[in-house]
Design a protein around this ligand. Structure first.
Ligand code: PEP
Ligand code: MG
Length: 581
């Protein structure tokens, strides 16, 4: 049994498919004289194997696409025939007495680095050929399989891999992928968020699952408790049968209240909306009884495609979401690229700290054409009447003013062009940096609503990378600092008569939702599937109890104690929500 962090509910069982057994590790190993000849032999075998693989790919490409396309691989074959390179590798093995992986990697990297540094497009291409081939040779030396094509899986499987990007997750075929587990990651990584959106059972932070497990093994993956059981026994199947039946009973209770409002026992109305990532998610919004979209992450329109989406294409996408949900409100968030979401076709420089770098509104304010296309598309979609817009990662007033100035400029353009839009479209901002929470007062004066992005607010306030499973224990939503920042944000908003929503993952945690409501949050926006359990809880809760919990939290110095109180209240209000994880 392997354990990790449960990030997306559900149980599945099937054959395991392990992808890419981590990256090729090219550790240096010192050899004895007696081992050298065998090492050179190993290198030669790997070179021959690589040559066969490239010829095979070339054959397939030539047949499928044409000889010209196939000839691209001639350059790869030439790398394998480059005597200067290969002689150098053999010399390093013999003289430095090191393993072939290390020798090959260091020599190939040096050659590729030299080629890449020359101001010549042709030579730069050769550097990338060299790296491609070197990767194959290394995988062969290490006995690693070539990458599996996720789009063409032959049979249903449970995917196990070191890491999965949010964009690959978005493209998983649910008919073929029953669930997945990764070595790294955390509950609030975008990969995890996407898994919940897709309702795909998932476990992350499994540390070395991709090393410990083998393709072809039969396993059960439990996304409720974060467990993988290899070769499950009859007893395990029986136990899980019980869990699944209990979950089914709960689902029935949740269905009963689907169309009922989220009102506490003492009559306080809470707005429950959903977070979406793609146009198709609107079905889930309706099916789960959400009262609109509190966060539409538009990034997925940009990733997973060859070219940037233009204004028209975006307009169609936004309009489709707005019309599908009318008259329910839809909050479209402007582009939040960077962090863990990148575009393959846009050359964004690698940064040391991408979450602190060229991300979200910072990127948009500099990439004006990209921002203009999106803002005009959102404005045009606002003609439907139920669209609102918000900016991600605002860190201070200047950014807000710059963005607002641009919006006014584009509104004027649309007026001149006689293109309709909603003159009164509400604009809000995400409060997800500590600085924004501290100056919430200045922001509130100029905005129509706030949406607290707790995923980032926690990461930035506690200085805990939201992607890093090693420090996941420090990622503490109930930390007194977070409780106070949320309260300060709510107070600033309410002083200016604007509402506050929470759209981070905290809003979908049944245990934490009462704390947020007690702190005065007006709306919770969570992954569609999490809306019914939150409504179930709200309908069994008294706002007065939630307020008492918040008062306790605001005076408490320990995040653990606050969490314990949160659990107590949530479990006592709706015990059936918490059975079996
Ligand atoms: C957040 O930071 O809480 C949020 C909702 O935005 P994202 O998860 O997309 O960064
Ligand atoms: Mg965020």
């Amino acid at each position: 049994m392997l354990r990790g962090i449960p990030v997306s509910a559900g149980v599945c069982r099937g054959k395991i498919l392990v992808l890419g057994k981590t990256r090729p590790s090219v550790g240096k190993r010192q050899l004895t004289d007696a081992e050298l000849a065998e090492e050179v032999n190993r290198l030669e075998k790997a070179l021959i194997q690589t040559r066969h693989q490239i010829l095979e790919v070339q054959r397939k490409v030539s047949q499928g696409m044409g000889a010209k396309e196939g000839s691209i691989f001639d350059a790869h074959l030439l790398v394998l025939e480059d005597r200067t390179l290969l002689d150098e590798v053999v010399r390093v093995i013999n003289q430095e007495k090191v393993n072939a992986e290390h020798a090959f990697h260091s020599v190939a990297e040096r050659y590729a680095g030299t080629l890449a540094a020359i101001e010549d497009d042709y030579l730069r291409e050769r550097a990338s050929d060299m790296r491609d081939v070197a990767d194959r040779v290394l995988k062969n030396l290490l006995g690693l399989e070539a990458e599996v094509d996720l789009h063409h899986l032959k049979e249903p499987c449970i995917l196990i891999c070191h890491d999965l990007t949010p964009s690959s997750t978005a493209q998983l075929d649910k008919q073929k992928v029953l669930g997945f587990a990764t070595d790294v990651g955390s509950r609030i990584s975008h990969t995890a968020i996407m898994a919940r959106s897709l309702r795909l059972p998932a476990v992350v932070g499994m540390k070395d699952a991709s090393q410990a497990l083998e393709s072809g093994q039969y396993a059960l993956l439990d996304g409720y408790n974060g467990v993988i059981v290899v070769n499950p026994t009859d007893q395990t199947f029986f136990d899980y049968g019980v869990i699944i039946r209990k979950k089914a009973t709960l689902e029935e209770k949740l269905r009963d209240i689907l169309l009922k409002p989220a009102v506490t026992l003492d009559g306080h109305r809470v707005l429950l909306s959903a977070n979406i990532e793609q146009t198709a998610d609107t079905e889930e919004v309706k099916a789960n009884g959400a009262e609109g979209v509190g966060l539409y992450r538009t990034e997925y329109l940009y990733i997973n495609r060859e070219q940037l989406p233009g204004e028209e294409q975006q307009y169609q996408a936004y309009r489709q979401v707005a019309t599908a949900l009318k008259p329910l409100p839809v909050v479209i968030r402007t582009l939040d690229l960077g962090g863990d979401k990148f575009l393959s076709h846009l050359q964004v420089p690698t940064e040391m700290n991408p979450f602190l770098g060229w991300r979200a509104i910072r990127f948009c304010l500099q990439e004006r054409e990209i921002f203009r296309a999106q803002l005009r598309a959102i404005l045009r979609a606002s003609a439907e009447g139920n669209v609102k817009m918000m900016y991600p990662m605002i860190s201070g007033l200047d950014e807000l003013i710059q963005a607002t100035t641009l919006v006014e400029e584009y509104k004027a353009e649309l007026r001149r062009e006689n293109i309709p839009f909603d003159e009164r479209m509400e604009i809000g901002a995400m409060i997800e940096t500590p600085s924004a929470a501290m100056v919430a007062d200045s922001l509130a004066k100029r905005l129509k609503f706030f949406s607290i992005g707790t995923n980032d607010l926690i990461q930035y306030s506690l200085a805990v990378d939201r992607m890093n499973e090693r420090i996941a224990h420090l990622y503490e939503p109930t930390h007194p600092a977070i409780v106070r920042l949320i309260k300060a944000t709510v107070d600033a908003a309410h002083n200016h008569n604007i509402p506050v929503s929470v759209c981070g993952e905290m809003a979908g945690e049944a245990v934490l939702a009462p704390l947020l409501l007690g702190l005065g949050v007006d709306e919770l926006s969570a992954s569609p599937a999490l809306v019914p359990p939150i409504k179930f809880l709200v309908r069994r809760l008294k706002l007065s109890e939630a307020k008492a919990l918040a008062d306790f939290a605001l005076g408490c110095e320990s995040g653990a104690e606050i969490l314990a109180r949160c659990k107590e209240l949530a479990r006592q209000s709706a015990p059936s929500l918490f059975e079996n994880g």
